[in-house]
Design a protein around this ligand. Structure first.
Ligand code: SF4
Length: 332
């Protein structure tokens, strides 16, 4: 296994929000598939994190966990290579979060930019809870439980990782070295617009779902917005304002992107053909996913998650033992 920057273990967690789409694949899953080839990876379906903002309605939570695992398997995450588990299946995270919470100053949590931002954004929901404020501590426990040195993050999550580093440092300073300070493995996600040109997001209803059949994908791409100034087929277009082009950039190789750009600008390429070509590129990603998913049986989902939880628990328990020992907690 190759190692980069002293990183041998990597931890990544995603909330089981359901209905994964191409943006999720390009922004996170594709990277996770690559990471499992190079590092010892722990991939967590973070269902407790869903509770921090969605505790009032948990009716679809189990289904969302299953869907997430299917999407992961479809994308190529391999439970033989990475430890794949559900957060709530590993209660050691909760004890570790409790212990880490003891050394975490409140001011560190209150200054996390997403805290105030989300309080504002989700103003209609009652999320000013203890669980929501403490969510970065739980996230820290998720990482430190596996003593992961590397965490793949987007730029927007850097403040959370900084807290994890600070908590690890503070703990080590108080009780002796137990935890590595996790490093950010910055993932430069491509811009993935949805069919209406805004960011691809389930809440905007503008996605290309990973589990959609070919016909649906074709239909959604056919109705995508394009450069409004390219009205007729041979009108010169402006690819820089066109979401179809942005998706080509995310999916096609550099040569193909240059060709599409030139064709659009000169007017040689029409939007109908351009979209047909995009459908082909999207299908080249989704078809192998459908194929892999179709091979997964219902019983496999349970087996994979049970096995993953067993491995994760063994690792987390060891860390917890050392943590308790370092803190000189009572042992009977
Ligand atoms: S030709 Fe393609 S890139 Fe150009 S405006 Fe039409 S859809 Fe967009």
């Amino acid at each position: 296994m190759s190692q980069a920057g002293g990183v041998t273990r990597v931890m990544a967690g995603l909330r089981p929000s359901g209905d994964l789409h191409l943006g999720n694949y390009l922004g996170a899953l594709r990277n996770m598939v690559e990471l499992q080839e190079r590092y010892a990876c722990f991939f967590e379906i973070a269902d407790w994190h869903m509770l921090t903002t969605g505790y009032e309605d948990t009716a679809g939570l189990r289904r969302a966990v299953e869907d997430m695992l299917l999407a992961w398997l479809g994308a190529g995450i391999d439970p033989e290579r990475a430890v794949v588990f559900v957060q709530s299946d590993v209660p050691e995270h909760a004890e570790l979060a409790l212990l880490l919470g003891m050394v975490t100053p409140l001011s560190w949590l209150e200054r996390v930019p997403t805290y105030k931002e989300q309080l504002r954004e989700l103003a209609g929901r009652e999320i000013a809870t203890y669980g929501f404020l403490g969510y970065p501590v739980l996230q820290t426990a998720d990482i430190l439980a596996y003593r992961a040195e590397g965490v793949p993050v987007g730029r927007d999550q850097l403040p959370h990782l900084e807290i994890a580093r600070e908590i690890a440092r503070r703990f080590n300073h108080l009780y002796g070295p137990v935890f590595p300070e996790p490093q950010a493995m910055l993932t430069e996600s491509p811009v993935v617009p949805g069919t209406d040109g805004r960011k691809m997001s389930k809440s905007y209803g503008n996605t290309l779902p990973l589990d959609a059949p070919t016909e649906e994908i074709r239909g959604r791409i056919r109705t995508m917005v394009t450069d409004p100034r390219k009205v007729r087929r041979h009108d010169p277009g402006h690819p820089e304002v066109c979401p179809v082009f942005a998706l080509h950039q995310a999916l096609a190789d550099a040569g193909a992107v240059a060709e599409i750009e030139a064709g659009c600008r000169s007017g040689e390429l029409g939007c109908v053909d351009c979209k047909a070509r995009l459908t082909g590129e999207v299908e080249a990603v989704l078809e192998p996913m459908r194929e892999r998913r179709s091979r997964v049986r219902e019983a496999d989902v349970r087996d994979i998650l049970a096995a993953g939880a067993g491995q994760a628990r063994a690792e987390a328990r060891e860390t917890l033992e050392e943590t308790r020992e370092a803190m000189r907690l009572w042992r009977s």
